[in-house]
Design a protein around this ligand. Sequence first.
Ligand SMILES: Nc1ncnc2c1ncn2[C@@H]1O[C@H](COP(=O)(O)OP(=O)(O)OP(=O)(O)O)[C@@H](O)[C@H]1O
Length: 229
Amino acid sequence: MDNIITVRQLRVRSQNKALVGPVSFSLGQGSTTGLCGPSGAGKSTVLRALVDLLPSGLTRDGDLQVLERTIAPGKGDADLRAKVVLVPQTPVVFGGSILDNALFGLRHVLRAPREVLRERAEQALHEAGLWKEVSDRLDSPAHTLSAGQRQRLCLARALALEPAALLLDEPTSALDEQSRDKVEESIAALHGRRAVLLVSHDPAQMERLCDTTVRLDQPVAAPPAVAVS
Ligand SMILES: Nc1ncnc2c1ncn2[C@@H]1O[C@H](COP(=O)(O)OP(=O)(O)OP(=O)(O)O)[C@@H](O)[C@H]1O
């Protein structure tokens, strides 16, 4: 199996207003794919559609397959969300320690002794390129981390789930150059190991990190939704 995610003719609409698409693409095993397009074209909405977490009032049609399984819209698929993990643009850091934050999520999907969970979280911190900076302060409050470190902590939290695909929504847009470079290093290190879909406004970043790029343009008017009587 080469493709982790396959999307065919995906559209998102609000009632009969086309918001996104149609768009078709696939994410290969270990590949990094860029998703670009003008503001409002629907990049964040596509990411949310891929984890079946569209805001209420928005619907999708078209075909979505994850690991060769068709994902029906709006089923609240918890299994899907452990396999395809979305890291939002603004890093969400919870109250509690750095380690607690890395464990958050994992605790809900894996019933295992604390040492096993801790080992997975530590491995994820390595994979996210944060380990060296936090290994001696895992019990410190996570809010003491810099913006770039927070972004990598969110990456670690996602990686701890050992997802088949990671969806990154403009992970460096709020960072200075130095922090951006560190986050980019972490993303580059995922190449060949995880399927990554990266939303970015920066063509140079796409060039540095992505094997292929999908361009999303303003939506084409969708055919009216068929009323079911
Ligand atoms: N809950 C919602 N209800 C109605 N329209 C929405 C909702 N969420 C998003 N939209 C609309 O969907 C379209 C796509 O928005 P989205 O945020 O996905 O674009 P984007 O390409 O990620 O933009 P940006 O690059 O500015 O972040 C926009 O027209 C937006 O106004």
